[in-house]
Structures are given as C-alpha cells and as structure tokens.
Write a protein that binds this ligand. Structure first.
Ligand code: BGC
Length: 251
C-alpha cells in the first residue's frame, strides 16, 4: 500500500481502548481491531500505557503513519476540558502533548463522538447528506456530533442535556440499560424521551446511532417514535477509530 494512504486510529472508551490501521481512501480497517480493557480509574499514565500496548500490537508497517486518538471528553486545542466517565485528572490536561511524549509520535487528539461523526460524513451514513444530521453514540455515556451540510460542529456534548432533572446519559446511555437490566422496550422509552428533546431543540433531518449497541440496532429501531429517521452508523463502533485516523491524516 502506498505511503500516505493509511493512518492509525485509537479510540479510548470507558471500557476498552481500541485501535486499527485505516485505509484513508475507503475508511476500511486494514488490520485486526485490537482492543484492551481500559485501566481502572482511567488515569492519564495508565491509559497511555495501555494505548502504547495497542499500538505495539498493531505493528504498523509505516512508522510515519499519522496517529489519531479520540477520547470521551471535550477536547479544545489538544486539551481535555471535561471528565464524565473517566478520572478527574483529565480536566484542563494537555492531553495531546502528553500522548505525543508518551507515544513518541505526533498525534491528533479529538472527542470520540466527533471522530465518529467525521468518519460517518467522510465514508459512511452521512456521506453526501445535506441538512442537519446528529450522530449519537450510545455506550458508557452518550456522545453527540452535529453535522450541518457535511460540516462538523465539535464538542456539542448533548449527552449531558438535563432532562426531567437527570443528566440525560445517566438514564438513556446503553450503560443504563445494562446497569438497570432494562429490556429493549424499557430502554427505548428512555431513548424516545431523549430524542424528543433533541427533536425539539434541533429538528434534525437524520439521526445516526453509533456506539457498541449499534450492532443491535434492529432490536430497538422499531421501538423508536421520533418522526426523524434513524440509521445505524455504517461502521458501527469502529467509526471513532476511522474518524480519528482520517482527522490525523488531515483528510
Ligand atoms: C462525554 C463526551 C463523550 C461521550 C461518549 C460523555 O460522557 O462527556 O465527551 O463524547 O461521553 O463517550
């Protein structure tokens, strides 16, 4: 494969740190998807150690391949500005510079939902779509990316809307379904309340459902009541890896 046509994407999540080598033309994964558990406590040093292990396992042929890392926090100019399901140590932390030092390689550091949204615009379910598209990742938390006529509005953090007195993700994320042992119908009720709020605020043209549970989209798609159409993320839970890689390569 020609140099410059691949990049590495790493997606740091609440439960796993995932990585892959990405074909920048098509968004296809060219390697196995490596996944290691996120260390307890989610502190910067521990996360950097596991991220290095993921990179070592990927064993990329091109030592100059760009590396993109996406992360579950607000990321502004390489700094992490929030910490919802990770250690508070990340607040106001110069994460991009820290990882560059730890990994010994330049990187691009971005929010995980933004990376997923970027991949879906570039290669997947939002490609060529006009209007307002909202990608929601339903996982440990709820991540959001708003895409307007193909352009991403970063750091929207709509998983933390306050709905009925609750932080929305604490009720409607996939982790809430697991924690409270909700069946699809019970969980869909929570999702419907959540999407009704997004409908009210944004009147979007399309929702893209990403995150780990997007592979089970068929189990709950028919229970969703919003008038806005829904599709599953084309790359399911790999969108973050692909988007981080594409952003790192400046594609
Ligand atoms: C974080 C977001 C992140 C989302 C999904 C939320 O708790 O605040 O930054 O995108 O989880 O990981």
């Amino acid at each position: 494969m020609a140099q410059g046509s691949t990049a590495i994407g790493i997606d740091i999540g609440g439960t796993g740190i995932k990585g892959g080598i990405v074909d920048l033309e098509t968004g296809a994964l060219l390697s196995d998807r490596i996944k290691l558990p996120t260390p307890q406590g989610g502190r910067p040093n521990d996360i950097a150690t596991v991220t290095t292990q993921v990179l070592t396992r990927l064993d990329a042929e091109d030592p100059d391949a760009p590396i993109g890392v996406c992360f579950p926090a607000v990321v502004k100019n390489g700094k992490t500005m929030s910490a919802a399901n990770i250690s508070q140590d990340w607040i106001g932390f110069d994460a991009e510079a820290f990882f560059e030092k730890e990994l010994g390689h330049g990187i691009r550091f971005v929010n995980d939902a933004d990376a997923a949204g970027y991949a879906e615009v570039k290669y997947g379910a939002a490609k060529g779509r006009q209007g307002v598209v909202i990608l929601t990742t339903l996982g440990t938390g709820i991540g959001t990316a708003i895409i307007v006529d193909g352009l991403l509005v970063p750091n929207t953090e709509l998983g933390h809307l306050e709905i009925d007195g609750y932080d929305a993700e604490s009720r409607a994320a996939y982790s809430a379904k697991e924690r409270e042992k909700l069946d699809w119908k019970q969980w869909a009720k929570r999702l419907n309340r959540y999407y009704a709020e997004l409908d009210k605020l944004f009147t979007p043209d399309l929702y893209i459902v990403g995150g780990g549970v997007s592979k089970n989209f068929a189990d709950f798609a028919g229970l969703l009541t919003s008038p806005t159409p829904f599709v599953a993320a084309a790359f399911r839970n790999n969108s973050g890896i692909l988007g981080a890689a594409a952003l790192a390569a400046g594609r």
